[in-house]
Ligand binder design. Structure first.
Ligand code: ADP
Length: 448
């Protein structure tokens, strides 16, 4: 069943219950009021009759014949005439004209409702010295009024319930319209078309927020899919060159290699270089996937200064035509994964060597300030133009010069950033074109 119908059904049922309760309260309240009023009337009339019969002025208890049809006695303003019957020691002494030939039962006691002569009536009997008086009062008018009131209320109530149900159904339909729009858009969205958006209209209510959240989710999905597509394109593009190298040298060997050891040696070296490149790319991609996984990185106690010392020592040996130096490193205890951090620091040092002038310098320094360790790698290379510096941490982003020279896949800084962020740190980049660049890894120090 649709929500609109369900809601309408629920609140219509609630409305009917409330109306029934109100009607019952009004009916029984009015009935109690009217019957109490009638009770007071019969008791008053009985008191007056008893006083007339038993008072000294009235004959001191033997003046049985009084005017029972005196309006003062048996008729209260606006109320119907009472039926009165006086019973003396020898039986019924007198009856009011309103009784005609009929006789009231010889009842004595508090007012009770009885059916008398085909009508609902209130009967009261009072005993006094030597006799008693029975008074009855028809309740026909009161009950007619009450039942008319009930019928009218039921009629108006039913019309009200039907109108409220119809109005409620229409309003609920209108209120849920955005949900239907949302569902339609959700159904039309798929990986092949993520450009659809829900039209945001109407008041800024919960449904508007839901539609906005859905649109935001689609934005993120679209960006994610786009990045994934670019990523795949970049990986396949970067794999093509080394693969082409391997293929062409393999062809060369098969054609000329058997007789020419020089061709074989050249081919083996080229194939080694190409497969080495592919291996590096595959390893970096694997690392990137792992560091971005929800499992995150290992957290073990280590010293950043020791790790940086090892990397600088390697760099001094491997750097060709560039001088790598370091400042004094203070102890920098941190928590993290040694292998990942080594790769991140190496990415910065490797770049500082790769993108440097022949004879240039690389300076690695480490400082600790308050809660942080700051490892800076500075070079004297060509620097990075300000317009590009915001992009260099994107995966597969390379400056044109680097792309031309085929110095890397554009994954080093992206990987380094992901690794450092997985350790709760950040990387800062500063560069002055023509003078050099400075990359700083900032990591939280271990609190002992
Ligand atoms: P790669 O792995 O190809 O070196 P990176 O992600 O490490 O790629 O760097 C992205 C781009 O940023 C490089 O292509 C290069 O153009 C530029 N870059 C990085 N480090 C430096 C640097 N120290 N000096 C100049 N340019 C740099």
């Amino acid at each position: 069943m649709k929500i609109a119908w369900r809601l309408t059904l629920w609140y219509t049922a609630a409305l009917v219950l409330v109306l029934a309760a109100v009607l019952a309260a009004v009916f029984f309240g009015m009935q109690h009021l009217l019957v109490s009023q009638a009770e007071r009337e019969v008791r008053d009339a009985a008191s007056r009759i008893e006083a007339l019969i038993t008072s000294p002025e009235g004959g001191g208890g033997n003046h049985w014949h009084i005017d029972l049809d005196d309006p003062e006695l048996t008729q209260v303003a606006g109320s119907p005439i009472l039926w009165v019957q006086i019973t003396g020691p020898q039986g019924v002494v007198q009856r009011s004209h309103s009784l005609g030939q009929a006789m009231l039962p010889a009842y004595s006691g508090p007012p009770v409702e009885r059916e008398l002569f085909g009508e609902q009536a209130l009967l009261y009997g009072r005993q006094f010295a030597g006799g008693s008086v029975q008074i009855a009062r028809p309740l026909t008018q009161e009950y007619r009024f009450l039942f008319n009131l009930l019928r009218l209320s039921l009629l108006l109530g039913s019309v009200g319930v039907v109108l409220a149900a119809l109005g409620g159904l229409t309003l609920t339909h209108l209120a849920l319209q955005p949900v239907e729009n949302l569902t339609r858009t959700m159904l039309s969205v798929g990986p092949e078309d993520l450009t659809q958006r829900v039209k945001l209209s109407g008041p800024h209510d919960e449904l508007w927020n839901l539609a906005q959240a859905f649109n935001r989710m689609l934005d993120q999905l679209e960006r994610g899919f786009q990045r994934q597509r670019e990523f795949m394109a970049a990986v396949s593009h970067d794999l093509r060159t080394p693969l082409a190298v391997v293929k062409s040298y393999a062809g060369l060997i098969s054609r000329w290699g058997k007789d020419n050891p020089q061709v074989v040696a050249e081919a083996i070296e080229a194939i080694n270089r190409a497969t080495g490149l592919m291996e590096r790319l595959a390893n970096d991609l694997l690392l990137l996937m792992r560091v971005q996984s929800p499992a995150g990185v290992r957290q073990e106690d280590l010293f950043l200064d020791e790790l940086a010392e090892e990397i600088v020592a390697d760099a001094v040996v491997l750097a060709e035509g560039v001088t790598v130096t370091k400042s004094d490193f203070p102890p920098a205890p941190i928590r993290g994964d040694k292998d990942y951090l080594r790769r991140a620091i190496w990415a910065l040092v490797d770049n500082a060597i790769k993108y440097n002038h022949p004879g240039g310098k690389v300076i690695v320094s480490l400082t600790t300030t308050g809660q942080e360790a700051r490892l800076a790698v500075e070079d004297t290379g060509p620097g990075i133009p300000p317009a590009e510096i915001g992009h260099i941490f994107e995966c597969f982003y390379r400056l044109d010069t680097a792309r031309e020279q085929g110095k890397g896949f554009g994954i080093g800084l992206c990987l380094a950033k992901n690794i450092v962020e997985a350790h709760g740190g950040r990387i800062e980049a500063q560069s002055k074109p023509g003078q050099g660049s400075r990359f700083t890894i900032v990591l939280p120090l271990r609190s002992s």
